[in-house]
Design a protein around this ligand. Sequence first.
Ligand code: SF4
Ligand code: SF4
Length: 101
Amino acid sequence: MAFVVTSNCKKCRFTDCVAVCPVECFHADEEMLYIDPEECIDCGACVPECPVEAIYDEAQLPDDQTEWLDINKEKAQSLPVISEQVDPLPGAEERKEELGF
Ligand code: SF4
Ligand code: SF4
């Protein structure tokens, strides 16, 4: 079991999640973050921190987001760890509004 980052993270990258994660399991590309399921200790601390509700417990992934399970696993293997909070992407606030948050 692990936690999974889903599509709402795209173009946002607020990274509040990284600030609370007790292990270094977040990996980042230019667009969003991914959780390494091998490193995630299932603490759930990141879930309430995400302003766009992008993070789910694997067991509670909505049906239309299940593809993110494999995407997180694959992307985390090749992308660098992000261990500190960084500025959100330009336009992140607008994207958040678009998503209804
Ligand atoms: S807080 Fe949410 S939107 Fe921001 S980087 Fe983490 S998962 Fe992505
Ligand atoms: S559930 Fe805990 S260990 Fe896993 S990514 Fe979130 S904060 Fe990190």
